[in-house]
Design a protein around this ligand. Sequence first.
Ligand code: SAM
Length: 343
Amino acid sequence: MKRKKLIKINEYKNIKQDDSINKKNKKFHKQSLKYAIILLCICGFIFCLYKLFIKKVPSIRSIPFVPSLALKEKIYFDKYEVEKFNEIKNKLKQECVDMFKNQKEFLNGLIRKFKPKKIVEVGARFGGSAIVMLNAIDDFKDSKLYSIDLDSSEHVGECLRKYFPNFLKKWTLFKGKIACEYIEQIGGDIDMAFIDTIHTEPGEILDFLMVLPFLKENAVVVFHDIAIQITGWLEKSAPYIIFNGIRGEKFLPSGDDVLKQDIGAAILDSNQKKYYQEYFRLLGGQWYYFPKEEHINQMRNFFKKYYEKDCKECLIIFEEAIAFNREYVKKNPKPKRYSFTSD
Ligand SMILES: C[S@@+](CC[C@H](N)C(=O)[O-])C[C@H]1O[C@@H](n2cnc3c(N)ncnc32)[C@H](O)[C@@H]1O
């Protein structure tokens, strides 16, 4: 009897203990929930603060230089009518063209959007970029591409002739001389220019100046290799300088590496004459090659003819830049390619 009573008492004690454990557990859960809710509220509060204040600090995307987005329609040019570029994607051999896929798509998208009638290319090499452009205009009835290349060899445009002979009817090639020697023949009202030549300063700055008087108002100008200097080729900053220096609405392909995007386009602002002096001043940096005297003379005559009336100072700046750099280039060899790796 006594044993039975003892067992009952023990059972009662156990039940009591279980109850208190349950109560403790419940209390613990209640408290955890309370803390979780408080934590959630704090996070929510911080998020609201961030949205209200921190987000309002201007980011690189809110300055007028809007990478990847274009116009009010928010077009990503590297995605725009990309199916047109895809028609030739596999046939266009990598050894024919110097551009990455998204750069070719960007060029294609710009042309599909703006439907230029007259395009001028300065720097054609094997014709890779010309193939992209000719493909993009092949269903635009009156559009044509004029390419200029300083190289007079038979290699210029050879990929185009070999692999895309169907594009030749819309293409005219001028080779062996600099742009100002051909641009009068090509004539005015140019809707789009694609400039991709030597990259070494003053390269593309001069090429742009040789095309500018023949561009239509609000023409689209595209430069390749606008970021090549940050890969360590310090002297190859001509496209970077002129792309950032010209006045217009600028566009880059989509992607976050804003400073590393290696192709860029600008829709020129109206009345470019206002900016002539600024553009010539871009020649005042250090040059890393000196153009042939023959080319200097041709450019001098061209600049006199097309700039002197609106900008007397432009010719003075040009002569000063020549005088300084003629000596500078002699004394200073090209910088070695700088390696950005950590070795
Ligand atoms: C980088 S390649 C062009 C590549 C081509 N745009 C492509 O993506 O397929 C540069 C070309 O510019 C030419 N070039 C260099 N300086 C030039 C100049 N001042 N005027 C015209 N062409 C030039 C070179 O002969 C070379 O063929």
